[in-house]
Design a protein around this ligand. Structure first.
Ligand SMILES: [Zn+2]
Length: 507
């Protein structure tokens, strides 16, 4: 995950406000005791794991736009309200509906006829009823050279793209980055569609977005690894093959979806807001235990225990269960739009989205003033460390739009554990989550929530010019390009508006 990220230049200047030392000292002692009370609560028998089982086994896979996703919204509202936590759903716009109804394929040639399983990639087009048949060609790894070798033959063909077996999160990020380039080449070559060799062992199917998102105009799919490698071997000994792909999708125009926001109101600075977020939606092949049910139930339990223990931090804490994350982080983007007037008062927005592995620290988004504040917030759970903050900006989860709006943002950095191999896959089920570790992670999330809601320090929101500098001086721009977010930022569709030249922030 981090290996592809460049180092940062220092940005902005710290402006830490502090109250009078005497008042701070007194409240900090009480705060320490309260933080200890809160963070130790998760070692008891809280409903955390029962919640996770209920969300993944009862509600199930919950792709945004599906009936299960709507059930998950009601489910989350009910969990907050049963705990006495004030909660609401907030509408936002999804740019379009995409759900797979069915997908199948047949590979045929002289003496060859078999039907490997496929999964349509999100934003794949449907094929005509009965399927679409085209030559199946081997394009190797899909490099520039591979495409040159195919030349004109690529036009109108399905291209089979080789992949390395996925081992870890690094491999996953490599997969994403490479796919964007491969698909660009494929579209330029006028292919009928793209077929990725499934990168997971045991013929596991999974969903990856087509890199151009809703602008895609072709059938796009992942084929189970063994069946795809069989086709590749046949092609490499000179067989002529065709692929018939039969993909049925439910698609539609923009529609309304909902985030669920639970709120613990601040006692002395209620207009200042700390956001802890985890996305409620998942893909639909599995039931989304690691991605991201585990972190959803963690945040619900933090809210629940705060309420139960009567803990009222200085600032307001919002527990945001985002929707539409998998399609492009639309729920958190929608929140930053509908709450734009409040964003100057948003002290910090944290994202939890890397499964059940141990939290090793936080990505702090390229704001050198932030890591020391995270260290301070983590004091009460120091024994669960060591924690290391990594000060780089990350694209790929719901901190992103906060970052583009200049709000200090965090992403929990977690040991990948079983996250990588099961990512967006059929196998993302309850048994992949380590329940003890999830409890400890929840204590860490609670420390972050309470710490930032209580500490006197507060970083200023960055101006558009400062965010632009971050994009320019780190690999943030490159990450945004390969995930299809760059144009929306440049056009002002996403992120903070305002003066683009360096200067004072416009309000
Ligand atoms: Zn996720």
């Amino acid at each position: 995950m981090v290996s592809s990220l460049l180092s940062l230049s220092l940005l902005g200047s710290p402006a830490l406000a502090a109250e009078s030392p005497k008042a701070a000292a007194k409240s900090s002692e009480a705060a320490r005791a309260e933080a200890a009370r809160l963070t130790s609560a998760f070692l008891g028998d809280t409903p955390l794991l029962r919640d996770l089982q209920s969300l993944v086994d009862e509600v199930g896979g919950r792709a945004t736009g599906s009936p299960a996703n709507l059930r998950s919204v009601d489910w989350a509202l009910a969990r907050f309200r049963e705990a006495g936590v004030e909660a609401r759903k907030e509408a936002f716009q999804m740019p379009g509906l995409w759900l797979e109804r069915s997908a199948s394929a047949s590979v045929r040639g002289a003496g060859v006829d078999y039907s490997p399983r496929i999964a349509a990639m999100p934003f794949s087009t449907a094929t005509p009823r009965g399927g679409m048949t085209a030559p199946l060609l081997d394009v190797g790894k899909g490099t520039e050279k591979d495409f040159q070798a195919l030349g004109q033959k690529a036009k109108g063909a399905f291209l089979l793209v080789d992949t390395a077996e996925l081992k870890d999160v690094d491999g996953l990020f490599r997969e994403y980055a490479e796919a964007a380039e491969i698909e660009q080449r494929a579209f330029a070559a006028g292919v009928a569609g793209v077929v990725y060799v499934g990168s997971r062992p045991n013929n596991l199917l999974y969903r990856h977005n087509v890199s151009v998102g809703l602008r895609n105009t072709r059938p796009m799919m992942v084929m189970e690894r063994d069946g795809a490698l069989r086709a590749q071997r046949l092609l490499r000994v000179g067989k002529t093959l065709t692929l018939t792909a039969d993909i049925d999708v439910q698609s539609g125009p923009a529609y309304e979806s909902y985030n669920v926001i639970g709120e613990i109101r601040g006692s002395t600075r209620p207009d200042e807001v700390v956001v802890l977020g985890a996305h409620l939606d998942s893909w639909d092949l599995g039931t989304g235990a690691l991605d991201n049910g585990a972190n959803v139930v963690a945040l619900i339990d933090v809210a629940r225990q705060m309420k139960r223990l009567g803990i009222k931090p200085a600032r307001t804490v919002r527990f945001a269960l985002w929707n539409g994350e998998e399609q492009g982080m639309y729920g958190s983007a929608g929140y930053t739009q509908s709450h734009e007037a409040e964003l100057d008062k948003h002290v910090m927005a944290a994202s939890f989205d890397i499964g059940c592995g141990r939290i090793t620290g936080f990505f702090t988004g390229g704001r050198p003033e932030l890591p020391p504040l995270v260290d301070r917030a983590l004091e009460p759970v120091k024994g669960l460390g060591p924690f290391t903050q990594v000060d780089v900006p990350l694209v790929g989860t719901d901190n992103f739009d906060f970052m583009l709006h200049g709000v200090p943002n965090l992403v929990a950095n977690q040991e990948p554990a079983l996250y990588g191999p099961n990512y967006h896959a059929r196998s993302d089920e309850l048994d992949k989550c380590d329940p003890q570790q999830l409890r400890l992670n929840t204590a860490i999330a609670a420390a972050i929530a309470y710490g930032f809601a209580q500490m006197d320090a507060k970083l200023p929101r960055q101006s558009r010019a400062q965010v632009e500098e971050l994009v320019r001086t780190t690999d943030l721009g490159q990450q945004m390009k390969s995930s299809g977010q760059y144009d929306d930022w440049m056009s002002g569709k996403r992120g903070r508006k305002g003066n683009t030249s360096a200067g004072p922030a416009t309000r």
